[in-house]
Design a protein around this ligand. Structure first.
Ligand code: UDP
Ligand code: MG
Length: 139
């Protein structure tokens, strides 16, 4: 059964370009409640651990470089069917393939620098949330 929480990061490119406010507005307007949120910066070890599933992929080094180059906004979001509905809201990994009106269509520059992360399963939403937040930071 689907849980009601997902984890997101507004990635370094979105923060650098000043898109945080617009993206949060869209998240709120789409019915998600912010349960936890902070501006933080991942270390190399953090990014390698968070994206460990991709460590054999050719883009892994670039991905770690990108995700550690500046601050991100990490957040936990709550809504019925949160994981699936948030993946729909952000759009395809490659912005060239993302649907009109999705966050990646609006704000992502490329398949690598794609503005936003969204968990791909309930299990990963929980793992990713507890990677970034302690219990006392979740509301
Ligand atoms: N990525 C990349 N090149 C690719 C595929 C992915 O640089 O060909 C990056 C991109 O930032 C993506 C992240 O690696 O968001 C994780 O990839 P995944 O396939 O899990 O995509 P997502 O779940 O973020 O849509
Ligand atoms: Mg993924």
């Amino acid at each position: 059964m689907a849980t009601n929480r997902t984890f997101t990061m507004l990635k370094p490119d979105a923060v650098e370009k000043g898109h945080v406010g617009a993206i949060l507005e869209k998240i709120n307007a789409s019915g998600f409640r912010i349960v936890a949120m902070k501006l933080t910066q991942m270390t190399k070890n953090d990014a390698e651990t968070f994206y460990a599933i991709h460590k054999e992929r050719p883009f892994f080094g670039e991905l770690v470089e990108y995700m550690t180059r500046g601050p991100i906004v990490a957040a936990i979001l709550e809504k019925d069917n949160a994981v699936e509905d948030f993946r729909t809201l952000i759009g395809a990994t490659n912005p060239a393939e993302a649907a009109e009106g999705t966050i990646r269509k609006l704000y992502a520059a490329s398949i690598g620098e794609n503005a936003v992360h969204g968990s791909d399963s309930d299990d990963n939403a929980l793992i990713e949330s507890t990677f970034h937040f302690s219990g006392r930071e979740m509301f």
